[in-house]
Design a protein around this ligand. Sequence first.
Ligand code: 5GP
Length: 205
Amino acid sequence: MFGPGLLFVVSGPSGAGKDTLVEALRTRMPRLKYSVSATTRPPRRGEKDGISYFFWTREAFERRVAEGAFLEHREYNGNLYGTPRDFVERTLTDGYDLIMKPEVNGALRIQQAFPDAVLIFILPDKFSHLRERLEARRTETNEEIARRLEIAHAEVQSIRQFDYIVINEERRSEEAVNDLEAIVRAEKFRIHRWGDDSIREVEHS
Ligand code: 5GP
């Protein structure tokens, strides 16, 4: 089975656990490529440029926007975030599967650009856990947390446009990673992903 790679878009509200789940999935599936986003937000402790994000100034970011370098970009809570176009297009064309984790509007833009993309919505088992997780990681001020929760309420309104929901239950994130892995594996075996030539070969064997 050859051809373009599959694109997995993992989204959902801030605090739902996207980062942890995607990181765990990548450890299990090292061949899965990851699309590093660009942002104007300052790095958090431990975040590395080019690995967690490309940390760009607003000026540099806007210049790239004007150059058409992004597949999508969004202002989120006062900062810009975007998916660099080149890496995604090249990686998929080269036949590698790719995962990314934009916020919900970004995910829907990607779906328009790549109708074959698989969209996965990560939800906590209880909405109140979002606040608890955001508070526990101590990387945002109270105002920022309040704003992120407000955005989260708006984001869940788009859930029907996604292909899958994964519930990231408190203290059971291993199960959510299993679910995510199951989705990725199953998608690769869908008949419509096979090229017509491969199917014909089987039919005439
Ligand atoms: P954080 O500041 O917590 O790292 O990210 C804030 C939000 O921006 C998260 O919901 C994250 O998924 C989203 N985000 C990260 N990269 C991108 C991107 O390239 N595009 C879009 N639209 N959102 C992104």
